[in-house]
Design a binder for this molecule. Structure first.
Ligand code: FMN
Length: 203
């Protein structure tokens, strides 16, 4: 019998794009049978900065009920999907701050042997989605993680065109159904891989 897996979806989103992908990933993982924790990382920006952009302030209000991620969520998880906007070709600093707070957990070896995957959004098609996801993968290597990208393992991936992770070009408009389906597929694949690994280890 397949083991039930714990999947944490840990994301940062200022204006909702990555949040929409994170929700789709949560749906995909749940449908694949996982216990899911959808968690935003703490917003470090002060209210007066957030209020300079109405869409940012609105998103903060709309997601007030999403629990803030803690390192315990990483310890709990068998698999973690990280979501972040591309910022100057890299993951956003609030997500990096969360990851760096996990140093003690890493030191205890508690981040190894988990499945990791990442998704992102950028404003332009060549604005750094791949570099952002690959930058997160650097950390997964340090943790001794099992990196599971979506690749071209489902027909939706030939439409999304991004084998590194689900992604959306925010400058082209609202999050597309293709990007959402890609996020669902990615999370399903992560869940199934983690379940097979966990089941194999328990045998
Ligand atoms: C400081 C900063 C840097 C950014 N750098 C990039 C970039 O390098 N490439 C790009 O295409 N978009 C860039 N963007 C746009 C964001 O990637 C885009 O707004 C984001 O993906 C939207 O996601 P969200 O709605 O979840 O916040 C940047 C935005 C900010 C605020």
């Amino acid at each position: 019998m397949m083991e039930t897996v714990n999947v944490a979806i840990v994301y940062y989103s200022a204006t909702g794009t990555v949040h929409a992908l994170a929700r789709a990933a949560a749906e995909g993982a749940e449908k694949a049978g996982a216990d899911v924790r959808l968690r935003k990382v703490a917003e470090p920006a002060p209210p007066e900065v957030i209020d300079t952009r109405p869409e940012w302030a609105e998103h903060v209000r709309d997601t007030a009920d999403v629990p803030v991620a803690t390192v315990d969520d990483l310890a709990w998880a068998d698999a973690v999907l990280f979501g972040t906007p591309t910022r100057f070709g890299n993951p956003a600093s609030p997500l990096r701050a969360f990851i760096e707070a996990a140093g003690p957990l890493w030191f205890q070896g508690k981040l190894a042997d988990k499945v990791y995957s990442a998704f992102t959004a950028s404003n332009t098609a060549h604005g750094g989605q791949e570099s952002t996801i690959l930058a997160l993968a650097n950390t997964f290597y340090h943790w001794g993680g099992i990196i599971v990208p979506p690749g071209y393992t489902d027909p939706i991936q030939f439409q999304s065109g991004n084998p590194y992770g689900a992604s959306h070009v925010a400058g082209e408009g609202p999050v597309s159904e293709v990007a959402l389906q890609s996020a669902r597929h990615q999370a399903r694949r992560v869940t199934e891989t983690a379940a097979a690994f966990k089941t194999g280890r328990a045998a």
